[in-house]
Design a protein around this ligand. Sequence first.
Ligand code: ATP
Ligand code: SF4
Length: 318
Amino acid sequence: MPGTTQVRLEVSELYVQYPTPKGVIKAVDGVNFSLKNESLGIAGESACGKSTLGTALIRSVQPPGRIVKGRVMLNDEDLILLSTNEFKNRIRWKRIAMVFQGAMNALDPVYTVESQMKEILTEHQFDGDMRQRILDALDQVGLDRSVAKRYPHELSGGMKQRVVIAMALLLDPDVLIADEPTTALDVLVQAQIINLLKKVRKEKGIIILLITHDLAIVSELADKIAIMYAGRIVEFGSSADIYRNPKHPYTQSLIGAIPRLRANEKKIRFIKGSPPSLIDPPMGCRFFARCPQAMDACKNDPPEIKTETGYVRCWLYK
Ligand code: ATP
Ligand code: SF4
């Protein structure tokens, strides 16, 4: 993309855990992927660790949850090694921003959009023309400038979602993480939000991570896809490759569900069973109990096996 900066994000061996009275939840359990000015769709069933992965990248894991180990390289800098203050002052919002799940419902009802945006700029010592920056951000997300003076309750769901995306873009980040940005919006508005993210990516060349449980939505935006299952990425690669030729049996089931979802079929056959506990996950393949192709070898943990554009964690490909 002409005029855009080169951004590399490389995540290796990332582990995030939540201690609970019942045991330690291994929410992200050895995650690896890398991106170069690309968009990534992170998909998988509920509770597989998608949001925890997003919050770890922006160092906002909810305590007592914590990053146990791993590397998150943004260009040549390991973000995990930075002190909390350094990360807050130099990286959060300025280099990596996140639209948290449900953020549009967390807008403060007593302040106008402009005051809430001003607060972010002030907090991060923005030294330019604040009003102009706010108006530019509203333009960027396709909102009329008059929205600046309005209160959240005066806006539709789609407009509120655009506002929170504009907030995330205020400080011109290199990486934007959007966690379920289309949930609770109707289908038409969902498509508009995805188109908006596509436009932002095209114009600014930034890395976008779209977290969703709906693989059909990912297809519209993502250059690459990561399929998560029980705290791990089980398949990673270019979206063209994964849609055309899904390798992991779990990915195959998810992709298989898309045409039926699109056709609005009443009886959607999801994969039988449920994912294993993240407190005490099985030693071997975590999909074993639900996999139609499980074999003896799968009682051992499958490694990441290289594919044309990424990797797959499944013994069928060894
Ligand atoms: P969803 O699609 O439902 O948002 P997800 O794939 O984003 O799910 P996470 O929200 O990251 O998954 O959850 C991963 C695991 O970590 C789950 O077992 C969840 O219960 C647990 N978890 C998440 N947040 C916390 C927390 N603050 N304290 C304890 N456990 C947590
Ligand atoms: Fe199925 Fe075995 Fe592959 Fe796991 S490793 S997905 S159980 S075939």
